[in-house]
Design a protein around this ligand. Structure first.
Ligand code: NCD
Length: 366
């Protein structure tokens, strides 16, 4: 057996993407590279339908009938508020009971069980595992391990170390579709099949080296020709070479900078992030001056009128609180969009997307 056959995570990305799907459909959700434009559009449309259907009681009741026969396990052994709660809410929207493990000290891992065995055991009780884990390739290798089991269940990556956070990237792109170039304070009517990113500049700001949300979103944006990405960070926290290389291969324009003030006037969207100092080995980020990576009220005079301000949260001081009331602030919308997007992803994995679309067209579409 060669090394590749033993470790699918070492295979070329295109091959890994195929291995994560089933019958040409989304199955495990591990990498942002699994989402092409068609799938992004389908999921955004489905998220949009879900939020419409759920508005009234009969619609919400219909949605709860869809996955009442399935059970989900939220295995979150790294801190989480939004990702955990939005997945929990997404399960509830679809009527899917869920359970959680958040502290491995309460599981048999504390008695010396390996994490692999824990995941195998969970796969016998549940129909879906949603996982947040500090290990970079762990979710992916567990997905491949599950695919080799007699009882194979899907696994969703809710944040894998410093590497990827694909469902966050999906809610971020959904938020961008709903806000880029849309009139402020109006109900958006985005064309999810279109390319609102053409000629637009999206700046990523902060700790880009260790921020997994930015890495995943950069992969998604590369699907849209004409987008420009700006990576604004302290030099020691710049985005990884692997992402730069990928962007280069896709012929996407990008630039790196070390001062937000100098570039903010050019941005159509700005994606702020916090210092990811939980990954410090010896307090090395204490000496970093993060002030240049804060969005302040004073900068607002150079904002473009339709600037989209985003943040995956949690926030420290990267965004001046006085900007919270600005109609261009979209970080609270991101939180809610995440719930609908995650429900759309789960519905798609379990093939109930067609039922949602039928229901929508029968009762809601004019
Ligand atoms: C992010 C994460 O966990 O990567 N949070 C989230 O899921 N919204 C960002 C962060 O922790 O800074």
């Amino acid at each position: 057996m060669n090394a590749n056959a033993e470790d699918p995570t070492e295979l070329p990305t295109a091959h890994r993407v195929v291995l994560l799907s089933r019958d040409d459909r989304l199955f495990h959700v591990i990498l942002a590279q699994q989402f092409d434009r068609e799938l992004i559009a389908d999921l955004c449309r489905l998220a949009e339908m879900l939020r419409g259907i759920a508005e009234a009681r009969p619609g919400a009741q219909f949605l709860r009938t869809l996955l009442g026969h399935k059970r989900a396990m939220l295995y979150f052994i790294q801190p989480s508020t939004r990702t955990f709660l939005s997945f929990a809410a997404a399960c509830q929207i679809l009527g899917m009971p869920y359970n959680e493990v958040r502290d491995p000290r309460t599981s048999s891992e504390h008695k010396g069980e390996t994490e692999d065995d824990t995941i195998r055991v969970l796969s016998q009780y549940f129909d879906l595992i949603i996982m947040r884990h500090p290990g970079e390739g762990f979710a992916e290798s567990m997905a491949h391990m599950l695919s080799r089991m007699r009882r194979t269940i899907p696994l969703i990556n809710g944040g894998s170390g410093k590497d990827q956070h694909p469902t966050q990237a999906m809610l971020d792109i959904y938020t961008l579709f709903r806000s880029l170039g849309q009139p402020l304070n109006e109900r958006p009517k985005p064309d999810f099949s279109g390319n609102p990113f053409e000629g637009r500049t999206i700046a990523f700001v902060g700790d880009l080296k260790r921020g997994r949300t930015v890495r995943s979103l950069a992969y998604l944006l590369c699907r849209y020709p004409g987008v420009r990405m700006l990576f604004v960070s302290p030099p020691e926290l710049q985005i990884g070479e692997d992402i730069i290389e990928h962007i280069g291969q896709q012929n996407v324009e990008y630039d790196t900078h070390d001062d937000l003030r100098a570039v903010i006037g050019r941005c159509d969207a700005v994606y702020m992030t916090r210092l990811q100092d939980e990954w410090d080995t010896s307090g090395e980020s204490k000496s970093i001056d993060y002030d240049r990576y804060r969005l302040t009220q004073e900068m607002a005079e150079s904002f473009k009128p339709g600037l989209v301000i985003m943040h995956p949260l949690p926030r420290r001081q990267e965004i001046d609180k006085r900007l919270d009331a600005d109609p261009r602030a979209h970080y609270w919308d991101q939180v809610r969009n995440g719930m609908w997007m995650r429900a759309a992803i789960i519905a798609t994995i379990f093939h109930v997307d067609a039922r949602i679309i039928d229901h929508y067209h029968s009762y809601y579409a004019r």
